[in-house]
Design a protein around this ligand. Structure first.
Ligand SMILES: Nc1ncnc2c1ncn2[C@@H]1O[C@H](COP(=O)(O)OP(=O)(O)OP(=O)(O)O)[C@@H](O)[C@H]1O
Ligand SMILES: [Mg+2]
Length: 244
């Protein structure tokens, strides 16, 4: 579903991604982890064509991002993205947040969009909040709305960039629960997260990045298995995050 092929990207003279390659199959859940500044967000934004890259290619559901003939806005509309900060429209109600892109980008009728939006809101357990504004919801609730909003576009893949790292600890699980459910339903997902409990539970593979490179790309069992088989950099990182 996602094929990243030898991607190189520079910000000016600084190389932020170096020869990154990996594949995510349909229905697979891949967790991306690594130290701050290693290029995780940049890589995931390249998959959504939110960031351009200078070399290599990324193919999403048979559509090449590097191909100049590709309609990038159309591609983006099929790739769900959930960020650390929920980025809901603060001046719109929850129900309007869920419908606006369905109507404007996908051309759905308002009724159809509302029906779909409310169904997804129900799925993330927030139907009762449809007429509120984002500011009236907790961080965890807003993030669940952001996930529902992305799902309303019928994405072929879902990308997550540290969706729980800005949340108070007691709200992390309610968001992870929604993500676990999505994974178990067969959604293709690429998740930047340091929630290793989530990774252990639903990831098929774990990618470890360091200094713009994919240093490890292995099945979850191997990643969390015999640590001595991991690269030194991954071992150091795991030692830090698995202490608790
Ligand atoms: N717009 C930009 N211009 C220049 N450099 C950038 C830009 N965005 C990111 N960088 C640099 O690229 C590198 C990778 O950034 P990126 O945000 O992808 O890292 P990350 O792995 O997501 O880190 P974190 O865990 O802190 O979110 C960093 O060194 C960062 O400073
Ligand atoms: Mg990041």
């Amino acid at each position: 579903m996602i094929s990243i092929k030898n991607v190189n990207k520079w910000y000016g003279s600084f190389q932020v991604l170096t020869d990154c390659s990996t594949e995510v199959k349909k229905g697979e859940v891949v967790v991306v982890c690594g130290p701050s500044g290693s290029g995780k967000s940049t890589l995931i934004k390249c998959v959504n064509a939110l960031e351009p890259f200078q070399q290599g290619d990324i193919v999403v559901d048979n559509t090449s991002i590097a191909d100049p003939r590709t309609n990038l806005p159309k591609l983006r509309s099929r790739v769900g993205m959930v960020f650390q900060h929920f980025e809901l429209f603060p001046h719109l109600s929850i129900s309007e947040n869920l419908t606006i892109a369905q109507v404007k980008v996908l051309g759905r009728s308002k009724d159809e969009a509302i029906e779909k939006g409310l169904k997804l809101l129900d799925r993330v357990g927030l139907l009762a909040h449809a007429n509120k504004h984002p500011g009236q919801l907790s961080g965890g609730q807003q993030q669940r709305v952001a996930i529902a909003r992305a799902l309303a576009m019928d994405p072929v893949v879902m990308l997550f960039d540290e969706p729980t790292s800005a949340l108070d600890p007691e709200m992390v699980n309610e968001v992870l629960d929604v993500m676990v459910q999505l994974a178990q339903e067969g959604m293709t997902m690429m998740c930047v997260t340091h929630e290793m409990g989530f990774a252990r539970k639903v990831a098929d593979r774990v990618i470890f990045m360091d200094a713009g490179q994919i240093v490890e790309d292995c099945p979850k069992q191997a990643f969390f298995g015999d640590v001595s088989q991991r690269s030194e950099r991954a071992q150091q990182f795991l030692a830090k995050i698995l202490q608790h």
